[in-house]
Design a protein around this ligand. Sequence first.
Ligand SMILES: Nc1ncnc2c1ncn2[C@@H]1O[C@H](COP(=O)(O)OS(=O)(=O)O)[C@@H](OP(=O)(O)O)[C@H]1O
Length: 305
Amino acid sequence: MTQRQQHHQRNQKQDLKRRLPQCLIIGARKSGTSRALLEFLSLHSSIKAQKREVHFFDSDENFAKGFDWYRQQMPTSLLSDITIEKTPAYFVKDKVPHRVHLMSNNISLLLILRNPVYRTLSDYTQLKLSRNRRGFGYPSFETFAFDAKTQMVRKNYKAIRRSIYHRHFKKWLKYFKLSQIHIINGDNFIKNPLFEMRKVEKFLNLKNELTKQNFYLNASRNFYCMRLRNETTKCLHSSKGRSYKNLSYDSMNKLVKFFRGHNRRFYKLVGVDFNWERSVRMTLNKIKKHANKNVSSIKPLLASF
Ligand SMILES: Nc1ncnc2c1ncn2[C@@H]1O[C@H](COP(=O)(O)OS(=O)(=O)O)[C@@H](OP(=O)(O)O)[C@H]1O
């Protein structure tokens, strides 16, 4: 090693510290935030990610511990790296945007959003399976989502409320410029992760490192998995990429109609039309073809049922 290289290595070591994140993945829950986006981003050599959800900004108890405590939760990084933390609950919790702004007003924010109908079903399925695992039964999706008397969509059901994106997004726009928030189309991200990851690299001013070699479509999972640097492969946990069971055409259609206006308001806020209704309508049309109008299993987008 030359003297210059030794000097450079010494400087780099001294530079290695725990730093507050310069980028946050703020959500949304069940959109690919927790694993897919963070794992795919971590393939980049300049990304230093805390893999655990720290829940700093949404928990009063953690926030009271202060920014220095938060910094200590981060992995070590070089000055040239980008430290990232993700907690999907950040997107929907009222206090969070202000608290993030107190830490940094020029932070970069990543928000991955799926079609709200699929996100809602995914949210319900997650809660149902976790109750079932503990040996409890769980009421049907319709019991939660539709008023027993009127059969109208219950906007206060948590899984629905979390999918009314414009309401949550408005709170972020009070503190941050639209240009600071990069929205990833979660449905596209499932189908073509490289395309979406390249846009993320650009947004974060990272050099373009990710290539098609990093991703491959796993036939049995019907989802993209990663090829790591040491030539091994890694898919996400089997709890990611589930099928949603037993939703009728009418229930699904009711959800599509409910979200129509909310989606339009969101498109207007961000200046992008995500065309969510079109993609879910394609699923609906497939369901219609089933004689009994019952969906035995939906696996959106990549797989057919
Ligand atoms: N490559 C790949 N492999 C597996 N799963 C993928 C992938 N890309 C995106 N997704 C989608 O990620 C959804 C889970 O989202 P999150 O990780 O944000 O869920 S959580 O909020 O942390 O529980 C998960 O939701 P479900 O399909 O409902 O299980 C997936 O649709």
